[in-house]
Design a protein around this ligand. Structure first.
Ligand SMILES: Cc1cc2nc3c(=O)[nH]c(=O)nc-3n(C[C@H](O)[C@H](O)[C@H](O)COP(=O)(O)OP(=O)(O)OC[C@H]3O[C@@H](n4cnc5c(N)ncnc54)[C@H](O)[C@@H]3O)c2cc1C
Length: 300
């Protein structure tokens, strides 16, 4: 049941014309498809609506998080008592020569395909990442030896105090699948510098990447890689040594296809996911002394 403070919040958003939906299943918001009901899903269409949402959440004392495609996070089985703000409707791409300004809600594969259509190369790796540009920038996502940081000219954020700021890549301490943003800031857009190429060559590169993914990664619902690589060593090499490939806890299965993926083999809960992940971690620690770090994020 939505509490009084949430009602005040959603009434206020209603008056401002910001779309929200109450009691949304977490399973529909994450690619692993687990998690209980989220009190309120807020869907701001533009910057001003996002700013109004953040101010209202602050004023009403409502716990809140921004999410994109939910492809790198898991929600609690007991539900999320607060508001999730999803920017998926704040889409749009503007081109100026070799530079694309991409809004946070644009899906990563849409960015890759748009760039290809312009005959621009560099964003091909995004074609198989099932998130949004906001999440991709926040995570400095990457694949096939490339990452967002290779392309990034600037990021525009809305700070926790409601200011729109343009940040340089140097401000973000970018590393392997890691970026540091000012606390509470939301990525609004990113400017990416690409390289002139030929559309058919770019599309051919994307096809190769998609085929490789399709061959080497599971097709069942997942949240991508469970653990971060250790130095330059893929986490899968450590997980492989545990012999736990194919192990199941409830509906969560350590994928036989790629052992750094936990898939939802049917009705898995977030607790089952982390019970399995912890079993793997403990076994890796016992065997090698290495403590694997999570790549996926657990929202509490
Ligand atoms: C099948 C599969 C394959 C994957 N392959 C890869 C891969 O090759 N490489 C890779 O790097 N990742 C991969 N991932 C993981 C994931 O897709 C990426 O990390 C992706 O960039 C996350 O984007 P998202 O929009 O889904 O973010 P979410 O999962 O929704 O959020 C991730 C984090 O970003 C924050 N966030 C989201 N949007 C914003 C915003 N606008 N402003 C501020 N913070 C925000 C959230 O609060 C959260 O902390 C894969 C996942 C799956 C399921």
């Amino acid at each position: 049941m939505i509490g009084e403070y949430m009602r005040e919040f959603s009434d206020r958003l209603g008056r401002l014309g910001v779309q929200c939906v109450s009691e949304v299943s977490g399973a529909t918001l994450t690619t692993f498809r687990s998690g209980g009901a989220v009190d309120l899903l807020v869907l701001p269409r533009e910057e001003s609506e996002l700013a109004a949402t953040l101010i209202a959440a602050h004023d009403c004392g409502v716990p809140h998080r921004v999410i994109g495609g939910g492809s790198n996070l898991l929600l609690p089985d007991a539900g999320y008592a607060g508001a999730l703000i999803r920017l998926s409707r704040t889409g749009g791409i503007e081109r100026k020569g070799r530079t694309l300004k991409v809004w946070a809600g644009v899906k990563s594969p849409v960015l890759a395909s748009y760039a290809a259509g312009c005959g621009l190369s560099g964003a091909e790796f995004a074609c198989g990442i099932p998130g949004t540009v906001g999440g991709m920038v926040r995570m400095n996502a990457g694949a096939f030896g490339q990452s967002v940081s290779d392309l990034l000219l600037a990021v525009t954020v809305l700070t926790s105090s409601g200011q729109v700021e343009r940040l340089d890549p140097q401000d973000l301490d970018l590393g392997y699948h890691r970026a540091s943003f000012p606390a509470g800031s939301v990525v609004l857009s990113a400017e990416l510098r690409l390289v002139e190429s030929d559309e058919s060559a770019v599309r051919a590169g994307m096809r190769v990447m998609r085929e490789k993914r399709s061959r080497t990664q599971p097709h069942a619902p997942s949240a991508g890689s469970v653990f971060r690589r250790v130095g330059e060593t893929p986490a899968a090499l450590y997980v492989e040594r545990t012999g736990l490939k194919g192990t199941r806890i409830g509906g969560a299965e350590l994928s036989p296809v790629h052992c750094n993926f936990i898939v939802n083999a049917g009705g898995a809960t977030t607790e089952e996911y982390f019970a399995l992940a912890e079993r793997v971690r403990e076994r890796v620690r016992a065997l090698t002394g290495v403590t694997l770090e999570y790549e996926v994020e657990r929202i509490c």
